[in-house]
Design a binder for this molecule. Structure first.
Ligand code: ADP
Ligand code: MG
Length: 263
């Protein structure tokens, strides 16, 4: 990393639920960690699926991202090591579902996460991946304000691109106000099915509209990806040879190559 005092922060966002945000956070995180990047997944979804999927028991989440944002608890006190070397998680619980409302009252409301990550709080990491909730609410805005870039998982399904224009509008608004330097890291096609016309159609449309922003790597629909969370491990540990594992390793490498090329 060029700036050793803090990590590169990437918000994984899409206001649609079930498009692969959490799956991407867990498995891209694990893949980056295997590539030697010290990686933190910051769970910003009250459902806490990334936390559960990485083995943080719901009964064992004393300090969470809620405390980070609303109680000024230092990041170092809430992070947990995962089963993967170089991979940590800042867990979330349902507490976070009320955070949105509590944050509205604060005049600093869109900068609360950014402030929590200031003062070299992320200096021990190379990359922080923020798993956003399925909404363009204040939590997601906080993630975009704190982030260097947004990574967008795009489900290879009908209507995928319609939701995207709303997301792009929000990114533009954040740029015009609280975070002018916010970039789009890239758009990754998820749950891709080579044999399905619709998948190919979504891919063609996405590449035509978004050009190089769309990663060459596509994440295939792979049952191993949906099974791994019930074992509390990333697919790279559950089934390293699976197509899902291979795809997330390829995505990690593509991301790192791109970054090195533009650094
Ligand atoms: P989001 O975080 O955007 O709501 P998830 O990552 O939780 O989406 O994915 C929604 C569901 O789809 C989960 O059950 C997950 O296991 C499954 N899933 C995600 N990506 C894939 C994939 N590439 N292949 C098969 N199942 C997937
Ligand atoms: Mg999720």
């Amino acid at each position: 990393m060029s700036d050793a005092t803090r990590a590169r922060i990437i918000a994984i966002a899409n206001q649609k639920g079930g498009v692969g945000k959490t799956t991407t956070a867990i498995n891209l995180g694990a893949a980056l960690a295997l590539e030697g990047q010290r990686t933190l997944i910051l769970d910003l979804d009250p459902q806490g699926n990334a936390s559960t999927g990485l083995g943080v028991d719901a009964r064992n989440r004393d300090l969470t991202t809620y405390d980070l944002i609303l109680e000024d608890t230092p990041l170092a006190e809430i992070i947990r090591k995962t089963s993967v070397e170089n991979l940590w998680i800042a867990p979330a619980t349902t507490d976070l579902s009320s955070a949105d409302i509590e944050m509205v009252a604060n005049e600093n409301r869109v900068f609360m996460l950014k402030d929590s990550l200031a003062n070299r709080a992320t200096k021990d990491f190379d990359i922080v991946l923020i798993d956003c909730p399925p909404s363009l609410n204040l939590l997601t805005i906080n993630a975009m304000v704190a982030a260097d870039a947004v990574l967008v998982p795009l489900q290879s399904e009908f209507f995928a691109l319609e939701g995207l224009s709303q997301l792009m509008l929000t990114i533009r608004e954040v740029r015009q106000t609280a975070n002018p330097a916010l970039r789009i890291e890239g758009v990754v096609l998820t749950m891709y099915d080579q044999r399905n016309n619709l998948s190919r159609q979504v891919e063609d449309d996405a590449r035509e509209t978004l050009g190089d922003l769309v990663y060459a790597t596509r994440i295939p629909r792979n049952v191993r990806l949906s099974e791994a969370p019930s074992y509390s491990i990333p697919v790279l540990e559950y089934d390293p040879a699976s197509s899902g594992s291979q795809a997330y390793m390829n995505l990690a490498r593509e991301m790192l190559d791109r970054h090195l090329a533009t650094a």
